[in-house]
Design a protein around this ligand. Structure first.
Ligand code: SAH
Ligand code: SF4
Ligand code: F3S
Length: 442
């Protein structure tokens, strides 16, 4: 009899990719994915530890699952992902109904772990084994069930940068890149399943390096895969933006004009305290080169406000940097002290000050985003239609700049790239109509 697996994914896109692979690994154990938590035989939470709020979500969710477990003692509850890695057995101490704790580098061991669970025992694995989990997990199946034309592909994992605020080097381990040949094979496989856009993932994706291949070379080779129309990658570190990768943006047609390049702060003294190993000036020079290579590039970033020691003047420097860059979109967060990181013991900035700074920064970033979106109105953009929209007869897709675009279209058009005339800019999306007069090439 098939058992049902329900997976809930938190955090970054790497977790989305991992969740699919975990489901694949458990398929061999007789599990089939369900969207209905109530009928699950196993519930797996794939968690994120990046900020306190993200980590606490896991415990609230476990609290909510308690009645389900009480009603069905055979239900297995598992915690995977970065909280599992960071907290290990502590999770079971806080929530004894948890049966399984598995860290991100041990997912290929899930079948054995499940076998152990079936004997009534608990299973915990937060090791960083020698072997590469991806080579031991079943191949990515792609988003077959959802028939989505876009897919993630993890090419690199882990981080050696050790920013003073960040848990990732501890939860994901050292930087490891997957062999290029495997990735090209996986890309071809995804395309065969109807995928037309692949986003290459890594905690420091531009630090990719395998058998002498750089990320730029991998992108150039992947662009040769017939049927693959769009390539994206995320997340990059400013110090790993090589000349070749920058040049690829002007040369590889399938590489989309969008770069997410977090800077975190515009103040050199804060950047130093964060151990970012670059200045604001160096970061701006990278962006300048990017704009030379691809003048219409849409830029995105991440910011932390209220890092320990951040003064008013430091924060003003962040605003000044944003004013200069004018991001197409960006993410900003209040600093959250994370256990085990170097900054955790430092004196925290007052919560009210953090809130005020975040509100000011977000107001500026939102205004710039609106400005970037408004500039698309009247243009014809090639839009990859991804899925049904909220309204009847509507489909939602993405512009090359990763903006959501909604329009009236036939459901059978999902997976195609069509020219769309942009008619209006709304809060987080663009409204358009199919353009019948041009090819939509940009
Ligand atoms: N590898 C990527 C992303 C890391 S996590 C990078 O280097 O940019 C995503 C974002 O979360 C970070 O860019 C940072 O802005 C934010 N972040 C990480 N740790 C944080 C913390 N302790 N408090 C608040 N925000 C944090
Ligand atoms: Fe975290 Fe810094 Fe590594 Fe990004 S580069 S994952 S912020 S330690
Ligand atoms: Fe979160 Fe881990 Fe990703 S901490 S952001 S799920 S790498």
């Amino acid at each position: 009899m098939t058992k049902k697996l329900f997976v809930k994914t938190y955090g970054c896109q790497m977790n989305v990719y991992d969740s699919e692979r975990m489901a694949g690994a458990l398929e061999g154990q007789g599990y089939e994915v369900t969207e209905d938590q109530a009928e699950a035989d196993m519930i797996l939470l794939n968690t994120c530890h990046i900020r306190e709020k993200a980590a606490e979500k896991v415990y609230s969710e476990l609290g909510r699952l308690k009645p389900l477990k009480a009603a069905n003692p055979d239900l297995k509850i598992g915690v995977a992902g970065c909280v599992a890695q960071a907290e290990g057995e502590e999770i079971i101490r806080r929530q004894p109904m948890v049966d399984l704790v598995v860290g991100p580098q041990a997912y290929h061991r899930l079948p054995e772990m499940d076998a152990k669970l079936q004997t009534g025992a608990r299973a915990i694995d937060t090791e960083f084994p020698e072997e590469d989990k991806f080579e031991h997990l079943p191949k990515a199946r792609g988003p077959k069930a959802s028939r989505a034309p876009t897919a993630f592909l993890t090419v690199q994992e882990g981080c050696d940068k050790f920013c003073a605020f960040c848990v990732v080097p501890y939860t994901r381990g050292a930087e490891v890149s997957r062999p290029a040949e495997r990735l090209l094979a996986e890309a071809r496989d995804l395309v065969e399943r109807g995928v037309v856009e692949i986003t290459l993932l890594g905690q420091n994706v531009n630090a990719y390096e395998a058998d002498g291949w750089s990320l730029a070379r991998l992108i150039r080779e992947m662009a040769k895969v017939d049927g693959l129309e769009r390539i994206r990658f995320t997340t990059s570190h400013p110090n790993d933006m090589s000349e070749d990768l920058i040049a690829a943006h002007g040369e590889v047609e399938k590489l989309m004009p969008y770069l997410h390049l977090p800077v975190q702060s515009g103040s050199d003294s804060v950047l130093k305290a964060m151990n970012r190993k670059h200045t604001a000036e160096k970061y701006l020079r990278v962006l300048e080169k990017m704009r030379e290579a691809r003048p219409d590039i849409a830029l995105s970033g991440d910011f932390i406000v209220g890092f320990p020691g951040e003064s008013d003047a430091d924060f003003e420097a962040t605003l000044a940097l944003c004013e200069e860059v004018r991001y197409a979109q960006a993410y900003s967060f209040k600093y959250s002290p994370r256990p085990g990181t170097p900054a955790a013991g430092r004196e925290d900035v007052d919560e009210a000050v953090k809130s005020e700074r975040l509100a000011r920064l977000q107001a500026m970033l939102t205004a710039h985003q609106a400005e970037f979106q408004a500039a698309q109105v009247g243009k014809v953009l090639p839009v990859l239609l991804e899925k049904p929209g909220r309204l009847e007869g509507q489909l939602v897709g993405r512009s090359p700049y990763l903006q959501a675009v909604h329009l009236q279209a036939d459901p059978s058009d999902v997976g195609t790239i069509i020219p769309v005339k942009i008619m209006a800019s709304e809060k987080n999306s663009l409204a358009g109509v199919r353009d019948t007069t041009t090819s939509g090439a940009i």
